[in-house]
Design a protein around this ligand. Structure first.
Ligand SMILES: [Zn+2]
Length: 242
């Protein structure tokens, strides 16, 4: 089963109430199959041919507090990111969604209601994807071409369904899950990113957080540091040359 290892890892991850934990180590060993090179993979986790480019990604927003703060930081540093939005949040904060779009960031689809993916019927998944696509399109005029499943939960059928909705499936790079939704210290988020950075990485953050998010403060350290190391911040579509 082509995505069997992702599926298995996702189930383990869900057991510990966590987003996907997948590995490019010898145990699982097949991460390169999922690294997007020359358009060969259906699931994007990185682009190792990208050179010194990386993608900042933000899930679960827009939110009324953290999304504008993060947009301010990206603007101050002149860098772009990708926001995987929840459709109902996009409808709640249309002006913030417009701001994301007008400032040159990419908008991805992260379902309409952030459901438990393993409980969805194929029809419900279709509805989650298409309703969000329409919500975003109604507000900013373009429909997302990227989809990230809540919790990183995937199966062959889910990937096929995403593809049939004209979207590419995006996860994130191994070792670049900042776990910022758990509100660790700023230093922990910074260290996770900086000590593991590789060319072509997709870094996972959240711009919705019911607690005190470390993300804005961490970005203020991470972005200048990586710029200083010669990295360029691009959207996910740019990273994979879509
Ligand atoms: Zn999410």
């Amino acid at each position: 089963m082509r995505y069997g290892w992702i599926f298995g890892a996702a189930i383990s991850a869900i057991i510990v109430a966590m987003p996907l934990v997948y590995a490019d180590n010898a145990e699982c060993g097949r991460i390169e199959d999922y690294v997007y090179e020359d358009g060969k993979s259906n699931v994007i986790v990185a682009n190792r041919n990208a050179g010194k480019q990386v993608a900042l990604t933000f899930d679960d927003g827009p939110s009324g507090n953290y999304t504008p703060m993060i947009l301010d930081i990206l603007a101050e540093n002149g860098v772009k990111g990708t926001f995987f939005v929840v459709g109902r949040n996009a409808e709640r904060y249309p002006m913030i969604l417009k701001r994301i779009h007008s400032e040159g960031h990419e908008i991805g689809n992260h379902t309409y209601s952030h459901p438990d993916m393993k409980k969805l019927t194929p029809e419900q998944l279709d509805e989650e994807i298409s309703r969000t696509g329409k919500a975003v399109s109604d507000i900013v005029g373009v429909s997302p071409v990227l989809f990230r499943p809540p919790g990183g939960y995937l199966s062959n059928d889910i990937v096929d369904k995403i593809t049939s909705n004209s979207c590419k499936t995006v996860l994130w790079s191994w070792r670049q899950d900042t776990m910022d939704w758990k509100c660790p210290d700023v230093e922990k988020v910074v260290e996770t990113v900086l000590s593991n950075i590789r060319d072509g990485d997709i870094i996972l953050f959240h711009d919705f957080n019911p607690g005190k998010s470390p993300t804005p403060e961490a970005l203020k350290i991470i972005i200048p540091e990586l710029l200083g190391r010669g990295y360029e911040f691009v959207t996910v579509s740019e990273l994979v040359n879509m």
